[in-house]
Design a protein around this ligand. Structure first.
Ligand SMILES: NC(=O)c1ccc[n+]([C@@H]2O[C@H](COP(=O)([O-])OP(=O)(O)OC[C@H]3O[C@@H](n4cnc5c(N)ncnc54)[C@H](O)[C@@H]3O)[C@@H](O)[C@H]2O)c1
Length: 348
């Protein structure tokens, strides 16, 4: 018998995940809910295998084998904790929580062995996984530089930006997770810079529309992350890894949204990528297949809550570095977070 999976949150990514899950051989049925009943009705109308329930309470007690949490970020922490407490294997979209302190608290409460997978989907992109394997094999020599790029074609609405936690927590987290996972190494220092040339609402809500972040890894490798909300040519997500003996790139194909001015070169010649869901459709499918494997075979989580906490520490350091214009050490943020969660624990 296949799995029955609950899906909480059926907005942009949740409805996409519900569609993906419904097509996986390991999945027999879905139980779905969204705070907006119209979103629940739409999923049920679209998917034969989906049945609706009124809310997360009803879903967590509906006899499901596993749950996918894709509701808005402020709901993640509580839903992860409740699902884990009920013994239900849990997939949750990134991030765990809005603040690094709240993320640390969730990780502390659920413990290291909880069957939880966080949705950093780029780990499942075939070329990015091949880049990681190339690093691990040693065939690139020592890694001097990693560059990771996420350039969105156009900004989301003001309300989304205002509630997003800012470009480092909302967008650059994907790059932070990818480079850390790729190198199997920890970031020790972060130097970030942000800028605004687009809509004034970014400044009004205390965010930036573009940013670059330098990361120093424990090994000595330098990471360079660039992100923007204004890349008019398309959705550009790429990774370059430069080593002492060889270099590789992930994300170069005919849809790479750049105009190559090299005389005589016709590359890239296709329609530029325009949206993350098209660019990463295969990765999202592989990510949810891996989650089903974790549920059925007990395979280890391919992206643990502890991994996501490390990413939250980097994002926090980046925000602070951009605001203060000085480099920030991860140890500082980690020590503050540990102190804060210890204080919460002893006073609650
Ligand atoms: N991994 C990725 O590539 C990726 C991409 C997009 C979004 N995300 C993450 O996924 C989450 C959702 O993002 P989105 O773009 O789909 O947002 P969205 O606003 O389109 O959808 C969120 C949905 O959650 C519902 N919701 C809110 N509170 C709820 C609750 N308590 N119970 C049930 N439903 C509830 C809302 O009604 C809405 O339909 C965010 O945390 C975001 O960071 C991840």
């Amino acid at each position: 018998m296949g799995l029955t999976i609950g899906v909480i949150g059926l907005g942009r990514i949740g409805s996409f995940h519900a569609d993906t899950l419904s097509a996986l051989p390991a999945v027999d049925a879905l139980v779905v809910t969204d705070a907006n009943p119209a979103a629940t009705d739409a999923a049920v109308a679209r998917l034969d295998v989906a049945r609706p329930v009124s809310d997360a309470d009803a879903l967590l007690s509906a006899g499901i084998d596993a749950v996918v949490i894709a509701s808005a970020t402020p709901t993640h922490a509580e839903l992860i904790e409740r699902a884990v407490a009920a013994g239900i294997p849990t997939f949750c979209e990134k991030p765990i929580a809005m603040s690094v302190a709240d993320s640390a608290e969730v990780v502390r409460r659920i413990g290291g062995d909880a069957p939880v997978q966080i949705g950093y989907n780029r780990r499942f992109d075939p070329a990015m996984a091949a880049a990681r394997a190339a690093v691990a094999s040693g065939e690139l020599g020592f890694i001097t530089t990693v560059r990771s790029t996420t350039l969105d074609p156009a900004p989301p609405p003001k309300d989304y930006i205002a509630a997003s936690g800012g470009i480092f927590r909302d967008c650059a987290v994907h790059d932070f997770d990818t480079v850390r996972w790729l190198l199997d190494d920890d970031v020790v220092e972060v130097h970030a810079m942000g800028g605004n040339q687009g809509d004034p609402f970014f400044t009004e809500v205390g965010d930036v529309d573009s940013a670059s972040v330098l990361l120093r890894f424990a090994s000595g490798t330098i990471g360079a992350v660039s992100v923007t909300r204004y890349n008019g040519r398309g959705y550009d997500c790429r990774l370059e890894v430069h080593g002492s003996t060889d270099s590789v790139v992930a994300g170069w194909d005919d849809g790479t949204p750049v105009r190559n001015l090299q005389p005589g070169s016709g590359f890239p010649s296709g329609t530029p990528h325009s949206f993350f869901m098209d660019r990463f459709a295969a990765a999202y499918r592989a990510e949810l297949s891996a989650f089903c494997d974790m549920v059925t075979d007990g395979t280890p989580s391919p992206c643990t809550a502890a991994d996501a906490l490390e990413v939250a520490l980097i994002a926090e350091a980046a925000g602070r570095s951009a605001a203060t214009r000085v480099p920030v050490r991860i140890d500082e943020i980690r020590a503050e977070t540990t102190t804060r969660t210890t204080r919460v624990r002893t006073t609650s």
